[in-house]
Design a protein around this ligand. Sequence first.
Ligand code: ADP
Length: 410
Amino acid sequence: MSASPTTTFDDNNTDTSTLTNPTLVLNCGSSSIKYALISDDNATRITGLAENLGLDTARIKHTTLNGEKLEISIPGGRHKLALQKILELLEQYHFIAVGHRVVHGGREYSEAVRVDEHVLDEVKRLKVLAPLHNPANALGIEAVQAIYPDMPQVVVFDTAFHQTMPPVAFRYPLPKALYEEHKIRRYGFHGTSHAYVSERATEITDASGTHGWLTAHLGNGCSATAVYDGKSLDTSMGLTPLEGLMMGTRSGDVDPSLHIHLKRQLDMSLEDIDTMLNKESGLLGISGLSNDLRTIEQAASEGHKDAELAIEMFCYRVGKYLASLSCALPELTGIVFTGGIGENSVTTRTRILEVMRHFGIKVDVDKNAKLVGGNEGSFHSSDSSLELWVIPTDEEGRIAQETREALNLV
Ligand code: ADP
């Protein structure tokens, strides 16, 4: 596919906008593919989602530039078919590069890299560390290669931003050989999100000097990071995205002896325990209702005791983690909330900050209430010891930017 400096298009004969030198961002998950076609100034986008892959209900939900929604059914379709359809839908816009979100980059990658044979092999090899995600990411790269062999492709690793963590934060207190010979260490995830929101906070704050941020990415997956002078110094997720905060269906931290205990007491297999910790725990496990905070908040407001406990535990664990991560920072400027929960749940933000009651944080209640539905802004009052921000994350935009940088297109 050839580069075209400015592609003017007529989207279903209804849109005459321009999408200049677009980059295609692909985020291939285990049963879904999120995609976004993004102009070189990050301002204009076409977005979509292929979901339920492998099931009868597999479909692609596509939103055109003018906001029109299309749904394409691909019953039983898997990644390969979905990717073919997505590429067909977007072909007319002459994208010039593809950036892939790849979950695990292991120890080798501290920044986005252009795909070559070695990089693709590494993405596949690291499936030992991310069995659900890395194989899907590799499929995405190969699908593009098959149709556009000359298309420059870049991989942006979720782990890369955290490669600045010092050993004191990334090592586990385990025998040395496990680290040296088997790469057992803490890697951290959600890197593009933590990088984006901390950079954005630094851009928009009035505070002078070097900034230290605690960033809380609270979505279905949840993690918190300590960022100083643009570098990740510690984070809540570890070898896998299970460590750390309580999440939608993931437990976060539990006693490492839980596995042996459950094996002995209930004769559970390691696989069953892993499934339980990843898919049946967290907000879902405690509430017994849902992994979706909206459903749980509704139930709690109607007096559902387990829903109330799920929210209380969630907030307590986030607050406790943020407090402990502050130890990684030479200076602390403030806290940044992002992700579906962080961007929308006013009460969750309030309750997390109440857990941190010894920090001298003061919330401006009116400002906090207005920060929902994609609004960006601060909500600390003038006498607060720390700044408080809500910054909607933009992982796709950040991946597009890193892709252009890795290809020297900027
Ligand atoms: P993912 O990690 O899958 O990208 P999101 O960042 O979209 O997930 O976050 C999903 C979470 O955000 C869900 O728990 C959902 O209930 C929560 N959420 C979204 N909107 C709201 C809202 N208005 N109030 C409370 N929680 C919300």
